[in-house]
Write a protein that binds this ligand. Structure first.
Ligand SMILES: C[S@@+](CC[C@H](N)C(=O)[O-])C[C@H]1O[C@@H](n2cnc3c(N)ncnc32)[C@H](O)[C@@H]1O
Length: 170
């Protein structure tokens, strides 16, 4: 899938990196990220629900992906280690956050100084019923606004496909 490929590429992962998958669900992205960081790296797969995390833990075990660590987080904070993460991915989850400012702030604090944050989502609610260009602008504005309020401006927006867009801080 071109979108997934571009998304993973935009995280610029290297062997040995630590990558967090915030709102990982059953781990469709975590399972793809694990080989990118290889055995010396790790995937911090975080969610607020225990059930998908258990499913992912078993899935990782069965696929010998021993570099995936599951984290049961809070709705306001994914419980990531501070300043120790090379990249944070928030995929298809931003629209579910009840407190996006708190989660973005926590995610930025978890990043190393050269860390990357990628938020992937479908056109956010603000863009419903608008043209593609206006949707992108509205969604960028919403996420950028939230990030600035959390005092960590995002640097660019990457339109991935007709339905999805990613916001990068690199
Ligand atoms: C639509 S699923 C996306 C799962 C996965 N990222 C993917 O793209 O396949 C959204 C996930 O976000 C989780 N979630 C919702 N609010 C969250 C929060 N505040 N922190 C972490 N995860 C959250 C849900 O439990 C759910 O598993």
């Amino acid at each position: 899938m071109a979108t997934v490929g571009r998304l993973i590429e935009s995280l610029r992962l290297k062997d040995g990196n630590v990558v967090a998958d915030v709102g990982c669900g059953v781990g469709q992205f975590s399972m793809k990220l694990a080989p990118k960081v290889a055995e010396h790296g790790s995937v911090l797969a975080e969610d607020i629900l225990g059930e998908p995390l258990t499913f992912l833990w078993i899935r990782a075990f069965l696929h010998h992906q021993s570099n995936i660590r599951v984290i049961h987080g809070d709705p306001d904070g994914p419980r990531l280690p501070k300043g120790a993460v090379d990249a944070v991915l928030i995929a298809n989850t931003y629209h579910e956050f009840t407190n996006p400012l708190a989660v973005l702030d926590h995610s930025f604090r978890a990043l190393r100084s050269d860390g990357r944050l990628v938020v992937l989502d479908r056109a956010l609610d603000q863009g419903k019923g608008k043209t593609r260009g206006k949707q992108l602008k509205a969604a960028h504005h919403a996420v950028q606004g939230a990030a600035s309020l959390a005092r960590h401006p995002l640097s660019c927006v990457l339109p991935l496909s007709a339905d999805h867009m990613a916001f990068l801080r690199s």
